[in-house]
Design a protein around this ligand. Structure first.
Ligand code: FAD
Length: 283
C-alpha cells in the first residue's frame, strides 16, 4: 500500500526536536505525572485532540506521548506513566528542565463529525489522557452535541488520573460521568467492575452516537464489542492505539499493524479499520 506523509509534515523538520521547558508538574498517581510544557522558541503546530508528540528526554531517548492538554500561550500538557527508561526520566523532570518535542503527529478524534449527535467517551487508566482534550472541547461547545457521557475506569481509586477534574465534570452536571474501579476501597463511591460493564447503564441511540475509546488493548476489544452489540456502527466507534511508535512519521515501520502504521494512519482509528486486524492472532 502506498504511504503518504500528511502535506504539512516535512520529513526533515519532523525529525528535529523543538526545545520546550517544563513549566508545571502535577502528580496524578504513584507512577504518573502531568507535565506542562512551554516552547523556548518557535512552538510546534497547535495539536488537535487525539494527536501525539514524540518527547525526547535528552541523553536518554524519545517516546510517543499523547497530548493531554492544549493550553493558552502555546503550552501543551503530557501525562506520562513511568514504565521504563525514557518515561521515568520524563516523570522525574522538574520545573525548568528541558524536553525535546517533535510533532504533533497522527490522526485526531474527529470531534466535529460527532456534532449534532450523542457522544460517549470511554477511558481506561491513563487512556483518559488523550481523551481529556475531547471532554474539554465537548464542554466548551456543549450545545453542539446532544447527550454527552464519560465513562472512566481504573484498577483502583488511587490509579484514577485527573481525579479532581473528573469530580468537577461530575459535579457540573453538564455531562453524565460514571467512574468505576476493579478493586474498591471503603471510601470509594463510584461503581466497581471493569469499564465495559458501565455500558449497559448508558442510553444509546445507535444511529446518532459516536464512541471514543482509549485504554489497554484488551479493554478496547471488550468495550468496542459492547457498543457494537448495542447497534453502533463500527465506523462510529473510534479507538486510539498505542503500539510501538518510534519515528512518528511513517518511516521506520516499527508500529506496523498489518497494512496500517499506527503513527501515520492512527493513533485514532475507526473500529471498522482496526477491529478486524486486532481479531487476528499475533498480528
Ligand atoms: C500514540 C501513542 C501515544 C501514547 N501516549 C501515552 C501517554 O499519553 N502517556 C503514557 O504514559 N504513555 C503513552 N504511550 C506509551 C509510551 O509511549 C510508552 O510507555 C513508552 O514508549 C515506554 O518507553 P520507556 O523507554 O519508558 O520504556 P521501555 O523500556 O520502552 O518499556 C518499558 C515497559 O513498558 C512497556 N511498553 C512500552 N511501550 C508501551 C506502550 N506503547 N504501551 C504499553 N506498554 C508499553 C514495554 O513493553 C516494557 O514492558 C503512548 C504510545 C503511543 C504509541
Amino acid at each position: 500500500m502506498a504511504l503518504a506523509l500528511p502535506a504539512d509534515v516535512r520529513p526533515a523538520d519532523a525529525m528535529v526536536p523543538v526545545p520546550y521547558r517544563v513549566v508545571g508538574r502535577a502528580r496524578e498517581t504513584a507512577d504518573t505525572v502531568t507535565l506542562s510544557l512551554e516552547p523556548v522558541g518557535s512552538p510546534i503546530v497547535t495539536p488537535a485532540p487525539g494527536q501525539f508528540n514524540m518527547l525526547y528526554a535528552f541523553g536518554v531517548g524519545e517516546v510517543p506521548i499523547s497530548i493531554s492538554g492544549i493550553d493558552a500561550g502555546q503550552r501543551v500538557r503530557h501525562t506520562v506513566r513511568a514504565v521504563g527508561a525514557v518515561s521515568q526520566e520524563l516523570c522525574a523532570a522538574e520545573a525548568g528542565a528541558m524536553v525535546g518535542v517533535r510533532g504533533p503527529f497522527g490522526t485526531d478524534w474527529g470531534i466535529d463529525s460527532a456534532a449534532g449527535g450523542d457522544v460517549i467517551v470511554i477511558a481506561g487508566g491513563i487512556g483518559l489522557a488523550p481523551l481529556r482534550p475531547v471532554v474539554h472541547e465537548l464542554l466548551r461547545n456543549r450545545r453542539r452535541f446532544r447527550r454527552v457521557t464519560v465513562l472512566v475506569g481504573a484498577r483502583s481509586p488511587e490509579e484514577l488520573v485527573f481525579r479532581g477534574e473528573v469530580a468537577s465534570w461530575q459535579a457540573s452536571a453538564r455531562i453524565t460521568v460514571r467512574t468505576t474501579v476493579d478493586y474498591a476501597t471503603a471510601a470509594w463511591k463510584g461503581d466497581v467492575g471493569v469499564v465495559p460493564t458501565l455500558i449497559e447503564r448508558v442510553t444509546i441511540d445507535p444511529e446518532v452516537t459516536t464512541v471514543m475509546i482509549c485504554g489497554p488493548e484488551v479493554m478496547l476489544r471488550f468495550t468496542a464489542a459492547e457498543v457494537l452489540g448495542r447497534g453502533v456502527a463500527a465506523e462510529r466507534v473510534r479507538v486510539s492505539m498505542e503500539r510501538n511508535v518510534q519515528c512518528g512519521v511513517g518511516r521506520c515501520g516499527h508500529c506496523q499493524l498489518g497494512p496500517v502504521l499506527i503513527c501515520l494512519h492512527g493513533p485514532v482509528f475507526p473500529w471498522s479499520r482496526v477491529g478486524p486486524l486486532l481479531a487476528r492472532r499475533e498480528l
